[in-house]
Ligand binder design. Sequence first.
Ligand SMILES: Nc1ncnc2c1ncn2[C@@H]1O[C@H](COP(=O)(O)OP(=O)(O)OP(=O)(O)O)[C@@H](O)[C@H]1O
Ligand SMILES: [Mg+2]
Length: 292
Amino acid sequence: MGPLAQPPDSTSSSTPHHDRSSGARLEMTGISVSFGGVAALSDVSLTVEPGQVHGLIGPNGAGKTTLFNVACGLVRPDTGRIVWRGDELRRLRPSQLSRLGIARTLQGVGLFRGLTVLENVMVGAHRHARAGFVSALFAIPTSDRDEARLRARALAALEELEATPYAGRYPDSLPYPVQKRVALARALVSDPDLLLLDEPASGLSEDEMHELGDLIRTLSGRMSVLLVEHHMDLVMRVCDRITVLDSGQQIAAGTPAEVQADPAVTEAYLGDEVDVASDAAALTTSTDGRER
Ligand SMILES: Nc1ncnc2c1ncn2[C@@H]1O[C@H](COP(=O)(O)OP(=O)(O)OP(=O)(O)O)[C@@H](O)[C@H]1O
Ligand SMILES: [Mg+2]
């Protein structure tokens, strides 16, 4: 467990910590989304159980990012309900996420080029800052204590991601895998109860992917995780449950072993020759090596 695993000190947050073992459930029910009349999602339901890693897989264009975007308020569904910790989120907006205890990393990296690594991560910590880093950015006076606390949290997040040596660097000067770690640190620094990850392993080497898998399992001890990912070995290793989409429809759901054994899943992947050919191969060869 990294430094962020320690309970936050009582002054670091005005939000009381919820019972994570029972409360951090995200339920999406009957979600449909169409773009210009074309259905991207049709009546899809998915529940991320507290403390679990829920995988969302499917061939290119299946609707994974669309569902992910619904969960983080970037896409408003045409139908369906989103319930987080028992409360329906009716008009969810991305700006509300950190207050709700939800953090995300997007497909790609998305760091601010003009800010150092440390500053980028501090931006993600504003849930825990009384005055907020945005006001700090615009030089609105905030206390030195808040600033110091924010900095300490950001450094702890960088430490957990083994990115401390890069704190003073600018994102563009760093290798892509390091940038991805910084983006993850930025998501973790708000100490979320739900972490949404869209393709966190893209661009990583096998070793880095393995480390990411270990990290995600560690994180699930203190937060629920929704993981959109193409790398089937990683998904099968770290997920408790998996939902499979194809052409906007849910075609399978279950444990990694159940999903792997489902002929509909293999068929969906085999029908798609390009990017996912290796996924399909992995799907038929990888085994669930994790003890549960
Ligand atoms: N903003 C948008 N406007 C129009 N169509 C869109 C938009 N976003 C997604 N789509 C379409 O919705 C469908 C689902 O796309 P989505 O990006 O959710 O798939 P995905 O499963 O994330 O794919 P990938 O594995 O390539 O990331 C696709 O047909 C896509 O072209
Ligand atoms: Mg996508």
